[in-house]
Every structure is written in structure tokens, then in C-alpha cells.
Design a protein around this ligand. Structure first.
Ligand SMILES: Nc1ncnc2c1ncn2[C@@H]1O[C@H](COP(=O)(O)OP(=O)(O)OP(=O)(O)O)[C@@H](O)[C@H]1O
Ligand SMILES: [Mg+2]
Length: 346
């Protein structure tokens, strides 16, 4: 068994994340300070298919998981005996990919006697906002109540957090997730994979007012809908193609992006007003989007917490950050834990 103190100070957690196409391991102190953060991306492997190929993803995780965990320990100059717990993404994600990380985490726990904690990937995305960036200025963590917006490849969810690990569901997308809409629109506009960053890059040279794409406000509800917007882009592309007009890719990307940003920011600000929340956390892959970050931060009514770019998309540092909260609140799993590919956060 791990001989270390049960204190909540200097808690070192090793986390493993393999829910999709990144093989990742990280070690954090007290859920905030990074000792190591290793991510082996499979982007090049999947690029030729225009999306993640699940079977290839799990095979690649098998090849990279061991060196990635070893590298995380080496970079932190720590051995397993000097850690306090192992956290691992249990879901949601691709079943075959999750299993690889889960088995690695179980093996580490079994071999070392360290406690094992299963983490919801979305909880990880949220807790990325607590990670202390390497910048010299120490930032204050978010303060409750918090409006939490997760915008990623598979989710667009708005919640209120009144305390750590307490989530009150407000709304989510009724159809496509925000990241999914970026990926689909990138394909429509023939922009390279991965879609989100390509749309952002094209949008930076485009006119956001060139096309008046629809915003699904869904008044009176905290839900989102992005499929109508995506269909509007598709229709415009087909109309222009039918007339033999060259597609103004940059203007379309900019107009689409601004429609997504408008809806996400307005709903989050309305929710913050409604729940008297001063702090808003924005997390998940789409929170890497520069226009979205600017729209959130160019106001002074609310305090915005958006993780540094490298913690927006999938990584294990965020799993260690959430793992720390679970650890100090007494959560433990055992070796009978299985992956949970459709695990809802709320
Ligand atoms: N700069 C950007 N602008 C817009 N979207 C982006 C940007 N960078 C990444 N994304 C989008 O973020 C998504 C990937 O985020 P993330 O890795 O969190 O998703 P995921 O893990 O696949 O899904 P989930 O977290 O819901 O299970 C993709 O849809 C991608 O297009
Ligand atoms: Mg993710």
C-alpha cells in the first residue's frame, strides 16, 4: 500500500486518458499544478478518413499507452510509489479506446496498490479550467456558483455548478454538438481535417457578415441546436455551385463561426444572469476557438475561465484535475470497474 499521508496537500495524481484519438497521461499536484502532461495524437492516422476510425484508434492506443505513461512519470521525475492515486477516463468515449486506458490504469493500480478512480471525460473537460497554467501570474480558480459550458466534439452542454462535483443540468444540444457542426461544415467547405481549427483559420480571412446564417435561439430553453445552421450552409453551397459561382469559403466559414459564437455566448451570459453567477467556465475542444474566446472575454460583467489551448482538446491533465476532486471527496473505484461509453455527466 501507498505509505503516504492522507492529507489533501501535495496530492499527486497520475491520470490516463484514451477516450478517443489521443493517448494521454499526466501527473498533477493538487489538481492544479502540472508535473507532466504527455499527449500522443493520432490526427495524422485518421486524417485520410476525414474522421476518427474507431478500430484503428484502439489499436494505436495499445501501441502508445505504455511509452506515454512512462514518459509522464519520467518528465515528473517520479516513481509510482511517490503518487497518491491513479485516475482514468471511464467514459463517455469509444469503447475500444476506453478499454485500453482502463486496463493500463488497473494494471498500475494493481501493481502499486494505489487507489483507482474512474472519471467522466466531461468532468475532466470542466476541471481543465482549474489547471494552473505555466504562466508566471498565478490565476484564481473559478468561484461558485459557476455557469459551465462544455462545447466539444460530442457535447454542447450548459450547467450550473453550486459546488465541486455538483452539476445541475440546464440544457444541451438537441442535434449536432458545436464541434460536430464545425467538423461537418469544414467537410462541406472542403477544408482539411480536423475541421474546427480549419474553419477558424479560414474564418480569420473572411467577412462574418457576408451570409446571414440562422441562429437557433430556442427562446425559453437552455438547449442548443446547430443542425439548422449546418443545413443552411449546405443549401448556400449547393445554390452557389448550381450557379457556377466559386464558393467564398472564407466568408462562409466566418459567417458560420459567428453564428455559433453568438448562440453560445448569449445563452451562457443569460444563464449567468439568471443564476446570479459571476463566474463562467467554458471548456471542451471548441473552447480553443479564438472567436469564441474573444467573444467571452470582451466583456466585463462576468469572470471567464477558459483553459489554455493545450488543455481544451483531449488531454490527461484535465482527468487528473477532476481526479483530485474525486480523490479528496473520498471517491474510489476497484478493479471491477468497467468502461462506460455513454456515461452521462448529469
Ligand atoms: N479552434 C477550434 N475552433 C472550433 N472548433 C474546434 C477548434 N479546435 C478544436 N475544435 C473542435 O473540438 C472538437 C474536439 O474536441 P474534444 O477533443 O474535446 O472532443 P471529443 O473528445 O472528440 O468529444 P467529447 O469531449 O464530447 O467526447 C472537434 O469537433 C474540433 O473540431
Ligand atoms: Mg473531449
Amino acid at each position: 500500500m501507498n505509505p503516504k499521508k492522507p492529507s489533501q496537500q501535495n496530492t499527486r495524481i497520475l491520470a490516463v486518458e484514451t477516450s478517443c484519438d489521443e493517448t494521454a497521461a499526466a501527473i498533477l499536484v493538487d489538481g492544479r499544478k502540472i508535473l507532466s502532461n504527455v499527449v500522443a495524437t493520432q490526427i495524422d492516422l485518421h486524417a485520410k478518413f476525414g474522421g476518427v476510425f474507431p478500430e484503428m484508434a484502439s489499436r494505436q492506443h495499445i501501441l502508445t499507452i505504455y511509452p506515454v505513461v512512462e514518459e509522464a512519470l519520467n518528465q515528473a521525475h517520479l516513481s509510482l510509489e511517490e503518487l497518491d492515486a491513479i485516475a482514468v477516463t471511464r467514459g463517455p468515449g469509444l469503447a475500444g479506446s476506453l478499454v485500453v486506458g482502463m486496463n493500463m490504469a488497473k494494471a498500475l493500480s494493481l501493481g502499486s496498490g494505489l487507489p483507482l478512480i474512474g472519471i467522466n471525460h466531461l468532468e475532466g473537460h470542466l476541471y481543465s479550467a482549474w489547471i494552473q497554467s505555466e504562466m508566471d501570474e498565478p490565476q484564481n480558480p473559478p468561484e461558485f456558483p459557476i455557469i459551465a459550458l462544455i462545447v466539444s466534439g460530442g457535447h454542447s452542454t450548459l450547467m450550473v455548478m453550486k459546488d465541486h462535483l455538483q452539476y445541475e443540468f440546464l440544457g444541451s444540444t438537441l442535434d449536432d454538438a458545436a464541434g460536430e457542426a464545425f467538423d461537418k461544415v469544414a467537410r462541406l467547405l472542403n477544408l482539411p481535417y480536423p475541421g474546427g481549427p480549419s474553419v477558424q483559420k479560414a474564418a480569420e480571412r473572411g467577412n462574418p457578415a457576408a451570409f446571414n446564417f440562422p441562429r437557433s435561439w430556442l427562446e425559453g430553453s437552455w438547449d442548443f441546436s446547430f443542425s439548422g445552421l449546418k443545413t443552411a450552409v449546405l443549401r448556400e453551397v449547393r445554390t452557389l455551385e448550381g450557379k457556377g459561382i466559386v464558393i467564398p469559403v472564407e466568408d462562409m466559414a466566418a459567417s458560420f463561426q459567428t453564428a455559433v459564437v453568438d448562440v453560445l455566448t448569449r445563452k451562457a451570459f443569460l444563464a449567468a444572469e439568471h443564476f446570479n453567477a459571476k463566474h463562467i467556465v467554458v471548456a471542451g475542444g471548441v473552447s480553443a476557438n479564438r472567436a469564441l474566446r474573444n467573444a467571452f472575454t470582451e466583456q466585463n460583467r462576468f469572470i471567464i475561465h477558459i483553459p489554455p489551448l493545450k488543455y481544451c482538446t483531449d488531454n490527461a491533465a484535465m482527468i487528473a484535475a477532476a481526479g483530485y476532486q474525486r480523490f479528496i471527496h473520498g471517491f474510489r473505484d476497484d478493479l471491477s470497474m468497467d468502461v462506460f461509453p455513454n456515461w452521462p455527466l448529469v
